[in-house]
Design a protein around this ligand. Structure first.
Ligand SMILES: [Fe+2]
Length: 443
């Protein structure tokens, strides 16, 4: 059921549409008419452009936002390395072929969003704008007062698993609840407060390009994630030219801080196309499936894709497995056994994932099946599927699993492999070693 069927507090005002050209002003007349940068902006505001693509990117992919604010972002002190983070966010990566599964990641009640970000896996390099990073976040307190963060490394897709996030962004306020996602473009400043206690979830950061809706091909013009269900914030601003603010910048995996004597949340009006934060309720995803036999590929569950330069090949897809009906006849209904050229990082927001009912894959946990690492249903799921009566069945009720699927080989961080102490030692042995041969020639 869509989360946003419930009443949203008035503080959060949204405009709908994916890739829509939005414009919004918190004060009537704050947006200049016609010109982007008139000699004098209305109300004495400063015009500031945030570009999400090269100026010369093709028109259909060109992304930018114009901000009209009380003081420009450039007014801050020099950045210095933040030294109270016990480890760098981006240490070396371990490239290993093993199937991996993690027990639920813990919430630390002492830390805020900034200190609760942990990189688990990734590929590529923010300095080359290639690849992606996969993080988990877990925090128990608001970000420090008068602090804001932004990432120069990429565009973050945040999957809320536990707790409510009040995200104040330069472009407006967003409320994110479990089963919702929010996308924060590269460079957008934000702060995360916890109005209802601890939070936990997952992040896919695209170092290259931007998230887009997948092509629909023969499916037609509707279904999967519909464009109208994406929500961008309306402009909301604060006026504060006396308080000292701390700006945290994630830059090539390291955290830097600078000070400024004005709030970064002073954008009175803005206009732009998709280079703005937006949220989406996974409960609004319209699921497609087979109504005869066999399985389509799981790409039918793609919510957003981070395309590479090769058509149809994603740096990373965000794929979900929502509650849905299975009706196929004479079909092995769990996923088939497979070895993929893509790597698959999975997480579970809630409930029990229908393809892994053994209990080892838990909400707030994760699994990684890397390039060509063989996997599929565990032995008990296989035996059950072999013998079940194939009636129409609703699976995944009360559950939402997801996958960050990448064409790149994912490396695992030292934190993900060892420091977090969540890797299950017997994942392979417990899942697939018990499989028995069923091969038998007729007598
Ligand atoms: Fe898989």
């Amino acid at each position: 059921m869509p989360v946003t069927n419930f009443k949203t507090p008035e503080k959060y005002q949204y405009q709908s549409g994916f890739r829509s050209y939005h414009e919004t002003e918190a004060v009537k007349g704050a947006l200049p008419l016609g010109a982007n940068s008139p000699q004098r902006c209305p109300y004495g505001l400063y015009a500031e452009k945030l570009s999400g693509t090269a100026f010369t990117a093709p028109r259909h992919g060109n992304q930018q936002t114009w901000l009209y604010r009380i003081l420009p972002s450039a007014a801050h002190s020099a950045f210095e390395l933040l030294n109270d983070i016990p480890q760098e966010l981006d240490p070396g990566l371990h490239q290993i072929p093993n199937q991996l599964r993690w027990d639920p990641f813990e919430i630390s009640h002492k830390v805020d969003w900034v200190r609760g970000l942990k990189k688990v896996a990734g590929a590529g390099d923010p300095t080359m704008k290639t690849g992606l990073g996969i993080f988990v976040y877990a925090a128990g307190r608001n970000m420090d007062a008068n602090s804001a963060m932004y990432s120069s490394d990429g565009e973050m897709l945040i999957v809320a698993q536990h707790g409510v996030m009040d995200i104040k962004t330069e472009l407006g306020n967003i409320l994110v609840r479990p089963n919702e996602i929010v996308v924060l473009p590269r460079g957008i400043k934000y702060r995360v407060d916890l109005p209802e206690g601890p939070i936990r979830g997952y992040i896919l950061e695209l170092y290259q390009g931007h998230f887009a809706l997948p092509e629909l091909g023969p499916i037609g013009s509707n279904c999967l994630a519909n464009a109208r269900d994406f929500q961008a914030p309306m402009a909301a601003y604060a006026q504060d030219a006396e308080t000292t603010w701390t700006i945290v910048n994630k830059f090539n995996g390291k955290l830097f801080t600078a000070k400024q004597n004005h709030t970064p949340f002073d954008v009175v009006a803005w206009h732009g196309n998709i280079d703005y934060p937006y949220k989406y309720d996974l409960g609004r995803f319209s699921v497609i499936g087979s109504t005869s036999f066999d399985h389509p590929d799981p790409s039918i569950y793609t919510v957003l894709t981070g395309p590479s330069d090769h058509p149809g090949t994603a740096v990373a897809d965000f794929v979900i497995f929502p509650p849905r009906w299975l009706v196929q006849e004479d079909t092995f209904r769990p996923p088939w056994y497979h070895r993929n050229t893509m790597s698959e990082f999975m997480g579970l927001i809630c409930g029990e994932y229908d393809a892994k009912a053994g209990g080892g894959f838990q909400a707030a946990g994760a699994s990684l099946h890397n390039v060509m690492s063989a996997h599929g249903p565990d032995a008990s799921t296989f035996e059950k599927a072999l013998n079940m009566e194939l009636k129409p069945t609703k699976v995944g009720e009360g559950s939402m699993a997801f996958m960050f699927e990448s064409s790149l080989m994912l490396g695992v961080t030292e934190w993900g492999l060892r420091t977090c102490k969540k890797v299950q030692k017997q994942y392979n042995e417990e899942s697939w070693t018990p499989l028995q041969p069923h091969f038998k020639l007729p007598d």
